[in-house]
Design a protein. Structure first.
Length: 401
């Protein structure tokens, strides 16, 4: 098959969870089909080195210059525009022109689009070239959970409802027009069929991990000498910021300190906002910011915590942690779609007291930690390798053509 893969960014370096997913799926598709790759790249971020990464496995690579415009004012632009503001933000005539040049009838068998923000560019061509949308999260589901979980001022609530109503209609159109929606977990599929369209064509493609890169032997760093808990992810991403808010202000950290006073907390991830940076002033808490290699931090930690209250997204921090041998304590929402078993390859807890208790149990029970480490590595190797995941998607595309 001849595929055009269209991304709103060039996923390199692999320093965000979404980049991990989109890069490895692109590479897998290119191993099974002829792939032309087209990505929007912000001014100044194009380079021969970055381009060469994708030219190594794609048939053709085109980077389209893109500059983020100012967000629309509420009135009249935003309120009168039927598109959600998060989608309108990505619409530019120069990008449309570049994509239109590519999508002449008969040139491609299918378009693989990353994220629904690019759908307006391919809709005019859907009658001669079908398109598939790969979704690192279901936007309507994410925005609803964010609205229900976070505190909002009255004006923000009004803006959220305006955005939610437009997103609902936009999701329904996506369900009608796309040949397929590719989502990360069964919970995403259930949400679409229950709240958007029961007839929407949806395929679950769970996230994977680079098993060579995240092999335990690839980072032979010793565990820290004292109990250490890591939380890893982009620290400007709302679900991660909310997870830390719940951990520190919801009483989990205090309960954990009461049980294990010497416990250390590592917050590892790029772009920490001020709210996250402030946690570094607490005794025993370190906020690293972005790091060149996360593997030594995974290996230093005794366990990883995933106190997420807002679901959706890639959940890559969990599969990476399993693969490298760092046991995971997560909320049910945080691990949705991965089909892990409490007490076998993960520990699950959904309220403050239980979450603190499970972290403390893992930190004080070496036999339990060893078992979770062994079973987590086994699960990752059996189910979460990217080549097998990508091959399954590539085969399914052949059935759609």
């Amino acid at each position: 098959m001849k595929l055009l893969v269209l991304y709103p960014y060039a996923p390199w370096p692999l320093d965000r969870g979404t980049y991990q997913r989109t890069f490895h799926l692109l590479k897998a598709l290119a191993q099974h089909h002829q792939v032309d790759f087209m990505a929007l790249v912000e001014i100044g971020e194009d380079s021969p080195e970055k381009r060469a990464v994708f030219e190594a496995f794609c048939h053709d690579v085109e980077f389209v210059p893109f500059e983020h415009p100012p967000w629309e004012k509420m009135f009249p632009q935003r309120i009168l525009n039927p598109l959600p503001s998060s989608v309108q933000h990505w619409q530019q005539p120069e990008v449309a022109e570049a994509i239109n040049r590519r999508l002449s009838p008969g040139r491609y068998d299918m378009v693989h689009v990353c994220d629904l923000v690019l759908m307006p560019y391919v809709l005019p061509h859907r009658h001669h070239t079908p398109f598939v949308v790969d979704r690192s999260r279901v936007d309507l589901q994410f925005q609803l959970m964010e609205y229900q979980t976070r505190r909002h001022a009255l004006r923000d609530k009004a803006l959220r409802w305006e955005g939610l109503s437009k997103m609902w209609f936009y999701e329904k159109r996506l369900a009608r027009e796309a040949r397929l929606e590719v989502v990360c977990g069964p919970d995403d599929e259930t949400f679409i069929h229950r709240h958007v369209s029961s007839d929407a064509p949806v395929m679950v493609v769970a996230n994977g991990v680079d098993l060579d890169y995240f092999h335990p032997a690839a980072a032979p760093d010793p565990r820290a000498p004292i109990p250490t808990v890591i939380f890893c992810g982009a620290m400007d991403y709302t679900p991660n910021v909310d997870a830390l808010d719940w951990f520190f202000h919801g009483g989990i950290h205090g309960q954990l300190l009461a049980r294990i006073p010497e416990v250390e907390i590592l917050i590892v991830g790029k772009n920490p906002i001020d709210e996250v940076k402030a946690y570094g002033s607490r005794t025993g808490v370190t906020v690293t910011g972005g790091v060149p290699d996360v593997r030594p931090y995974y290996r230093r930690a005794w366990v990883q915590m995933v106190p997420l209250r807002i679901g959706g997204g890639t959940r890559l921090k969990i599969v990476e942690s399993l693969a490298i041998g760092t046991p995971v304590i997560s909320t049910t929402i945080g691990a949705q779609g991965l089909e892990l078993q409490h007490g076998h390859d993960i520990l699950l807890a959904d309220d403050e007291s239980s979450f603190a208790a499970e972290i403390a149990r893992a930190l004080t029970d070496e036999t339990l930690r060893t078992s979770l480490e062994r079973e987590g590595i086994s699960t990752a190797n059996q189910r979460f390798g990217w080549p097998a995941i990508g091959a399954r998607l590539a085969r399914h595309y052949e059935s759609l053509a």
